[in-house]
Design a protein around this ligand. Sequence first.
Ligand code: SF4
Length: 96
Amino acid sequence: MEQAQEIQEGNSEKKYTLQHNRPDCIGCAACEAVAPDFWEMHEDGKSDIKNCKKLDNEWEELDISKKDFELNKEAAETCPVNVIHLIDKKTGEKII
Ligand code: SF4
């Protein structure tokens, strides 16, 4: 029981930052198709990360947990103009 709880906590810790270079998004909607819980199309033709923090340079950011990493990595790999990034918060490494 205790171990299960630890694993669960490990999974829910927000270890990664999902980033969207929104100015360079071409609005193809692939991210929304791959990960609709995290991405949605906006009426201006570009996508948004749901419930994200909006930065002054119009990039968007959202901290995500390990369990949501693979899905968003898939969205990033699907993006034809590579404007979706994932950062390891601890090391600062840009994973994609
Ligand atoms: S896949 Fe990339 S270019 Fe297409 S809407 Fe999403 S972020 Fe924009």
